[in-house]
Structures are given as C-alpha cells and as structure tokens.
Design a protein around this ligand. Structure first.
Ligand SMILES: *[C@@H]1O[C@H](CO)[C@@H](O)[C@H](O)[C@H]1NC(C)=O
Ligand SMILES: *[C@@H]1O[C@H](CO)[C@@H](O)[C@H](O)[C@H]1NC(C)=O
Ligand SMILES: *[C@@H]1O[C@H](CO)[C@@H](O)[C@H](O)[C@H]1NC(C)=O
Length: 231
C-alpha cells in the first residue's frame, strides 16, 4: 500500500514534473505573442501617426501655396487695375491735349481762310440740305461753293465729318448747280459717284473721312448733316 502510494506519488510528481515546464512554455509563448502584438500595434500606431503628420504637412503646404497663389492673383489684378488707371489718366490727358490742339488748329484754319479772303463756318446742328442752307442764309452766308482744288483740299482738311456743300440738282434733275446758280465745272467725286441711288439723291455731301480730295457723294436731301457755310 505504502509502496503503491509512493509510486502513485512519484507518478504524480512525475506527471507534475512533466507538466510543469509545459505550462511555463505555454505562458511564455502567450507572453511572447502578446508582446509581439503590442510591438505590432505600436508600430501600426507610429505608422498612422507618421501618415497623419504627412497628410497634415501636405494639407498645410497646399493651403499655403493656395493662399500664396491667391495673394499673387490679387496683387496681379491690383497691378492691372493700377496700370489701367494710370493708362486711363494718361489717355484722358492726351485726349484733352488733342482736343485743345484741334480747337487751336480749327481757329488757325479759320484765320488762314479769312486771310485768303474766305470766311467759312460750320453749322453746328444736323439738318437737311435745305435747312442747312437756310441756316447759312440766316447768317448772311450760303452753303460753300467749291470751284478750285485748293479750296477743296482746304475744306476737306477743315471738316471733320460728312457735311453739306452748296451743290445739288434739286432744280434740274440732269444738271448739278451751285447755290449761286453757276454750273459745275470740276467735281471732286468719290469713286462711282454721283450715282443717284434709287433716283433719290439730289444733294451733295463732302465726306473728308473717305478721301482728302475726291470725297463728294450725292445723298437724299432729307438726310441730316452739318453744313459748311461761306460768307
Ligand atoms: C493695391 O495697390 C494700391 C496702390 O499701389 C495699394 O495701396 C493697395 O494696398 C493694393 N491692394 C492690395 C490688395 O494689394
Ligand atoms: C498701359 O499702357 C502701356 C503702354 O502705354 C501698355 O504697355 C500696358 O499694357 C497698358 N496696360 C494695360 C493694363 O492695358
Ligand atoms: C437761282 O435761280 C433761282 C431759280 O431759277 C432763282 O430763284 C434764284 O434767285 C437764283 N439765284 C441767284 C443767286 O441768282
């Protein structure tokens, strides 16, 4: 019995002895596995942190470059506006200078004209040919008669827009006459004029924008133009 007990005890001890290290190994495995897991998690967290940092840096950089490009655009626009304002001021000044030059030139021309024995003036209202003629007559003048190239060049340099001159074929459809009833000897017609377009063009305009010399054109007498008066 005692021997049996002894053997049983030994057997148990043996069993215990054989089991003991196995239990220890198992725990160590678990611990090792646990610590490996911890390391893995730490690495993962670290990676996530690094990733987040990279994303934050990227976003910040992007934002800064956006802000910078926005500032640049604003500056560029501002510069353009400033330059436009400068240009506008400059142009306004130039326009004023040119206008005063034109006025003084026009005065010079009027003076020059009266030196040569002419006296011209422009009616400042847009009127039909007959009304323009009346405007001149009301002021002791008549629509201008142009019978030399010198006078034609002079009037053309003096007029700045389409104007009535004292020539028409109102009285006689087949004969152009001046306001003093003299006949036309030399005409300074624009190409293909007079054409009496639609049979309705009996009054003559001078259009200095077309040609400095050959710039006459027949027009319907009812059209509104300024007129060149000669005293
Ligand atoms: C635009 O330009 C003007 C004049 O150079 C300056 O006074 C102003 O501060 C500028 N504005 C911006 C938004 O840069
Ligand atoms: C202003 O005028 C200058 C030349 O006078 C020109 O080079 C520049 O482009 C103009 N600026 C703008 C914004 O039009
Ligand atoms: C021109 O002729 C018209 C009619 O034929 C006449 O009424 C007018 O008085 C004449 N004008 C001049 C300046 O001779």
């Amino acid at each position: 019995m005692e021997l049996d007990n002894f053997y049983q005890n030994v057997g148990r001890r043996n069993i215990k002895d054989t089991f003991k290290p196995r239990t220890l190994n198992h725990r160590q495995d678990e611990e090792r596995r646990g610590s490996r897991c911890l390391v893995l998690m730490t690495v993962c967290l670290g990676l996530i942190c690094v990733l987040l940092l990279v994303i934050i840096i990227f976003i910040t950089a992007e934002r800064e470059s956006l802000v910078k490009s926005y500032k640049n655009s604003v500056e560029e626009i501002n510069q353009t506006i400033n330059s436009l304002q400068e240009n506008y001021t400059e142009l306004t000044q130039k326009k004023l200078e040119l206008e005063s030059k034109v006025t003084s030139l026009s005065d010079d021309l009027t003076r020059e004209a009266s030196k040569r024995g002419y006296f011209f003036f422009i009616s400042h209202e847009l009127k039909s040919w007959s009304e323009s003629r009346q405007y001149c007559r009301d002021r002791g003048a008549d629509l201008v008669i142009i019978n030399t190239e010198e006078k034609q060049r002079f009037i053309s340099s003096f007029a700045k827009e389409r104007v009535w001159i004292g020539l028409s074929d109102i009285e006689n459809k087949h004969r152009m006459i001046w306001v003093d009833n003299s006949t036309l000897n030399q005409g300074f017609w624009f190409k293909y004029e007079p054409n009496n377009y639609e049979g309705n063009e009996d009054c003559i305009e001078l259009n200095p924008t077309k040609d400095p010399v050959n710039n006459w054109n027949d027009q319907p007498c009812s059209h509104k133009r300024k007129g060149i008066c000669e005293k």
